[in-house]
Design a protein around this ligand. Structure first.
Ligand code: HEC
Ligand code: HEC
Ligand code: HEC
Ligand code: HEC
Ligand code: HEC
Length: 477
């Protein structure tokens, strides 16, 4: 009897133990699955079927390892259209901006942009659109390829292995020479995986020398950069080494830096290396000061072209998306370019970044509603209202600049000399720089609405001041 009782006890204990063990192991398994899921989400586990190296500029090869990213990347060949974004015109050729806004064409008289200046479109076209633009009817520099091709192997070749050295030589080559080199060496691809990812570990990185030198100058400046915490951190150190985005930047900053390699204001010609004008900061007056303080080899003041009608030595602004974004509430809140333009898509256990880089308005649910809990329609309307206001101000500033041109032309007919018009021409330079900064920026004001309005307000004011000076040229001395 005693034995039977203890037998029962032992059996009961055993059953309990088994149940406990099963429960514990289920718990551990669940935890492991969870950890694995999270880890693979973070690392985005993948099977490397083919080796890729620094010289693999063909995205198709990378596609074997990362098919989901490659599939979406290929979609940049699809046409996109929104009210102000993507492109109008036929599939063969995007619409001419200079025909849509005649004041743009007049503003560019004396410069290649008055010949051909079209809507942008997807990344897949960047090399062919550059090769086909009639702006190439004027001699252009090899620097143009910095942002339109997977150019790094060519830089390394020019620099005997040193990409920066090669880059520093590249402006002396003509566009045609360097473009031929690109094709001959088999690297004639638009921006490719290797331009934003380290082939060894897929880490996000920047490769473009123009950006690296530009951001180093920016870091070394005293410009306030609350949206770039790693630079503020670097400034507290010894500064013995220049700021290096690839080692110092946060992952979140890299999600904007990757785009800042190209979507920026620059100077590109055969008399100076490709330059991002960030040595005083990123605001419109900081970059203006940078250009005003720059001189050509012969000591004369920097300008992009002499305006054909008025004779003013003016500046041309180029797509300052990175700069304008930097002034907005999204940058200040840590929202990166990739958050809106390459939002995550769920794919089973992992998150995949949508490599179909395009207007977020075509993708509001993933691009905006992750943070903003309003309906798609409401969000679209908010953007449209910002863009409409910006568009109206832009047109007004354009009209003011045209009135200034008319006043200068009239003064010239009345016998005014360059000397008499000095102030008016200087004001044209200031007005036009601001107007073009917002006209060339591709978000129609969205990236920083208040800043865009401030800049357009100043553009209109300078144009009107210049108009008054020209009308009253006789009393200008
Ligand atoms: C908060 C979201 C957001 C962030 C962050 C953002 N953008 Fe945008 N971007 C937009 C919206 C909205 C538009 C307007 C799209 C339209 O008009 O169709 C736009 C337009 C653009 C366009 C023109 C798109 C087209 O289809 O023509 C480019 C280029 C661009 N952004 C680049 C950038 C870059 C580079 C950055 C980072 C430096 C950035 N954006 C950061 C929301 C964002
Ligand atoms: C190597 C230079 C380069 C890099 C890096 C780059 N872009 Fe572009 N991007 C371009 C060029 C050039 C075009 C215009 C192509 C054309 O019109 O043929 C363009 C076009 C675009 C467009 C317009 C697409 C459309 O359908 O109209 C958007 C949006 C855009 N880029 C956003 C980004 C974002 C966001 C990043 C970073 C994740 C980025 N780009 C990185 C050079 C670059
Ligand atoms: C610092 C980077 C950079 C450099 C250098 C650069 N581009 Fe671009 N380019 C871009 C970006 C970004 C876009 C897309 C945004 C836009 O169209 O405003 C673009 C758009 C274009 C387009 C399509 C829209 C248009 O303007 O008709 C052409 C053509 C073009 N570039 C030609 C050139 C030529 C020619 C050069 C050399 C003189 C050059 N690019 C140098 C970044 C660059
Ligand atoms: C203009 C820059 C750019 C180019 C070109 C580019 N990527 Fe990315 N890629 C990004 C960004 C930004 C992310 C988001 C990184 C993050 O947040 O971790 C990303 C993420 C990834 C990831 C990590 C998983 C994910 O989806 O978030 C993989 C893998 C990847 N890209 C593969 C590719 C492949 C393959 C190509 C070429 C077909 C490519 N990328 C081209 C910018 C780029
Ligand atoms: C990662 C989060 C995030 C994403 C993605 C995002 N936003 Fe925002 N947005 C913010 C934050 C944060 C603010 C600042 C609001 C605040 O702090 O009160 C903001 C502000 C705004 C504002 C007010 C702007 C102003 O100047 O006052 C608008 C409009 C807006 N977002 C629209 C959009 C649209 C449209 C998209 C998609 C294209 C988008 N946002 C994507 C986080 C985000």
């Amino acid at each position: 009897m005693k034995d039977e009782v203890s037998d029962l006890r032992i059996r009961k204990t055993l059953v309990l133990l088994i149940i406990a063990a099963a429960a514990a192991s289920a718990l551990v398994t669940a935890l492991l699955i969870n950890i694995f899921e999270r880890k693979s989400e973070g690392r985005n586990a993948y099977i490397r079927l083919v080796e890729v190296t620094e010289d693999d500029t063909d995205p198709e090869k990378w596609g074997a390892n990362w098919p989901r990213q490659y599939e979406s990347y290929k979609k940049t060949a699809n046409s996109t259209r929104t009210r102000f974004g993507g492109h109008g015109g036929s599939e063969a050729m995007p619409e001419q901006k200079i025909e849509r806004d005649p004041w743009l064409k007049r503003m560019f008289l004396g410069y290649a942009f008055s010949i051909d200046y079209r809507d942008r479109r997807g990344h897949a076209y960047m090399l062919s659109d550059q090769e086909n633009t009639e702006r190439l009817s004027k001699p252009q520099s090899g620097s143009c390829l910095h942002c339109h091709a997977s150019i790094m192997p060519v830089y390394r070749k020019l620099g005997n292995g040193d990409a920066i050295a090669g880059f520093e030589k590249s402006y002396q080559y003509s566009y045609r020479e360097l473009n031929a080199e690109l094709h001959e060496t088999g690297h004639a691809h638009p921006v490719s995986c290797v331009d934003c990812h380290d082939p060894d570990d897929m880490k996000l990185r920047v490769t473009r020398p123009g950006f690296i030198q530009g951001i180093q100058a920016l870091a070394a400046s005293s410009a306030s950069l609350p949206h770039l915490p790693s630079i503020e951190e670097w400034r507290k150190g010894s500064r013995a080494q220049p700021y290096d985005p690839n080692t110092a930047a946060t992952h979140n900053e890299m999600r904007s830096f990757a785009c800042g390699q190209c979507h920026v204001e620059y100077y590109c010609a055969s008399n100076m290396k490709l330059t991002f004008p960030w040595g005083n900061g990123l605001r419109v007056e900081d970059t203006e000061k940078f250009w005003n303080d720059t001189t050509f080899a012969d000591g004369t003041r920097f300008f992009d072209y002499k305006h054909k009608e008025t004779g003013a030595e003016v500046l041309k602004a180029q797509h300052p998306e990175f700069e304008l974004w930097s002034q907005g509430i999204h940058a200040r809140s840590g929202v990166s370019c990739a958050d809106c333009h390459m939002p995550y898509m769920r794919d089973g256990a992992s998150k995949v970044s949508d490599h179909w880089v395009r207007s977020p308005l075509l993708n509001i649910s993933r691009a905006c509603q992750t943070c903003h809990h309003f309906s798609e329609n409401e969000l679209a309307q908010r953007v449209d209202q910002i863009q409409q206001r910006n568009f109206d101000l832009l047109q007004r500033a354009g009209a003011a600049l045209m009135d200034q041109f008319d006043a200068i032309n009239r003064a010239r007919k009345e016998g005014a000399t360059d000397n008499d018009l000095q102030m008016a021409l200087e004001l044209q330079r200031k007005a036009q720089w601001r107007l073009d900064f917002i006209a060339a920026e591709n978000s129609m004001g969205f990236h920083a609405p208040q800043e865009a309005a401030r800049i357009l307000g100043e553009a209109t004011d300078y144009a009107r001041q210049g108009q008054v000076r020209a009308l009253d040229w006789r009393s200008n001395q």
